[in-house]
Design a protein around this ligand. Structure first.
Ligand code: 4NP
Length: 161
C-alpha cells in the first residue's frame, strides 16, 4: 500500500482553476486525516501567465469560502513520474496531458477532476472570460470534487480508515 501521494492539478493558464483546486485540496487534508501524507501542486499547460499570482477574481471567490490562494503560475514540466495523480480541470487539458505522456504508466496517472464529483462527470468550466458567478460556481464544484478525490486518496493510503 502507498504511504504518500503526490497530486498535481492542471488547467490552461494556472491562474484560475488549478490554483483553486490546489488551495481547496490542501485546506481539506486535515479533515480527511491526510495532512503529511499528500503533497499538492498545480500548473498550467500554457506559459502565458507564468510568474503571475492567481486571478484576483478567483482569489476573492475562494476567500469568501475561507480558502486562500497564494500560488504563483507555472507551466506543467511534463514530469509525469513525479506525481501519483495528475488531475486535469477539463477535457482539453486532459487531452493535452494524454498526448504528451511518454508511456502508458504516465497516461494512467491522468484523471479528470469531475470524475470525482458526485454530480459529475464533466468539465470544470473556465471562468476566465465570464462574470463573477463563474468563479463562485468553480469554488462550489471544486470543493465537491476535491472531497470526492480525497475519499479515493484516503482509501488508497489507509484502506479507507
Ligand atoms: P485557467 O483559466 O486555465 O483556469 O487558469 C484561464 C486563464 C487564462 C487564460 C485562459 C484560461 N488565458 O487565455 O489567458
Amino acid at each position: 500500500m502507498l504511504s504518500f501521494m503526490r497530486i498535481m492539478y492542471v488547467c490552461l493558464g494556472n491562474i484560475c482553476r488549478s490554483p483553486l483546486a490546489e488551495a481547496v485540496c490542501r485546506s481539506l487534508l486535515s479533515e480527511y486525516g491526510l495532512e503529511g501524507s499528500v503533497s499538492v501542486e498545480s500548473s498550467g499547460t500554457c506559459a502565458y501567465h507564468v510568474g503571475e499570482p492567481a486571478d484576483p477574481r478567483m482569489r476573492s471567490a475562494a476567500a469568501r469560502k475561507g480558502i486562500h490562494i497564494t500560488h504563483v503560475s507555472r507551466q506543467f514540466a511534463k514530469d509525469y513520474a513525479s506525481y501519483d495523480m495528475i488531475i486535469a480541470m477539463d477535457e482539453e487539458n486532459r487531452r493535452y496531458l494524454m498526448q504528451h505522456a511518454p508511456d502508458e504508466a504516465s497516461r494512467a496517472r491522468v484523471h479528470l477532476l469531475r470524475d470525482f464529483d458526485p454530480l459529475g462527470p464533466g468539465d470544470l468550466e473556465d471562468p476566465y472570460y465570464g462574470g463573477p458567478e463563474g468563479f463562485n460556481d468553480a469554488v462550489t464544484v471544486t470543493l465537491r470534487s476535491c472531497r470526492g478525490l480525497l475519499e479515493v486518496v484516503r482509501e488508497r493510503l489507509h484502506g479507507g480508515k
